[in-house]
Design a protein around this ligand. Structure first.
Ligand SMILES: [Fe+2]
Ligand SMILES: [Fe+2]
Length: 180
């Protein structure tokens, strides 16, 4: 005779468990990642995104000043997308009962990406490309770490990673256009 419920928890246990620690909201007893570590990693990703917003915005205004309108517009698009990533990450930190760190003090050391102003348009694009490549590597490591322990955070980071890959690809294209 096949067992009635081969691997799922029975409804009675599920219901009883859900009533315990309701103040923890989305975080239940079956959350399998180390919450403090995930919040710390997410705060580093948040700092990385904020530094990228600032760098791209600086580049946007400086490129506009040297009549590179198409590139300036692309920098602004990236800046706004990095801001969306920062917001998504901050919201997830709160869901995990953590606190998003927006403190400007120590921002650069929490960030994996650097803030380099760059003197020329080519320098700006190259610095943005380097920063994207840093984010790509660090987010990929984070995704590996999360594995199946926190799939919601993992999926969010996978979406962000895909966009950083698009950014890097855009920047390489911009460098090639400037060479010709
Ligand atoms: Fe981003
Ligand atoms: Fe990016």
């Amino acid at each position: 005779m096949p067992p009635k419920q081969p691997f799922l928890t029975d409804v009675k246990t599920l219901r009883e468990r859900a009533r315990k620690h309701i103040e923890q909201g989305a975080i239940t007893g079956t959350y399998r990642a180390d919450r403090a570590t995930v919040v710390k990693l997410l705060n580093e990703a948040l700092a990385t995104e904020i530094v990228c917003v600032l760098r791209y915005r600086r580049h946007h205004f400086m490129a506009a000043g040297i009549n590179a309108d198409a590139v300036a517009a692309e920098f602004l698009t990236h800046a706004n997308e990095e801001q969306q990533h920062a917001d998504q990450i901050a919201a997830r930190i709160v869901q995990l009962n953590g606190e998003p760190n927006f403190n400007p003090e120590g921002l650069l050391s929490r960030s994996h990406a650097e803030y380099v102003e760059g003197d020329t348009l080519i320098d700006m694009i190259k610095e943005d490309l380097v920063a994207e490549r840093i984010a790509i590597d660090s987010y990929r490591e984070m995704i590996d770490y999360l594995g199946d322990k926190d799939t919601t955070t993992r999926r969010m980071m996978e979406g962000i990673l895909a966009m950083e890959e698009e950014h890097a690809d855009d920047l390489v294209g911009m460098l090639e256009d400037l060479k010709t």
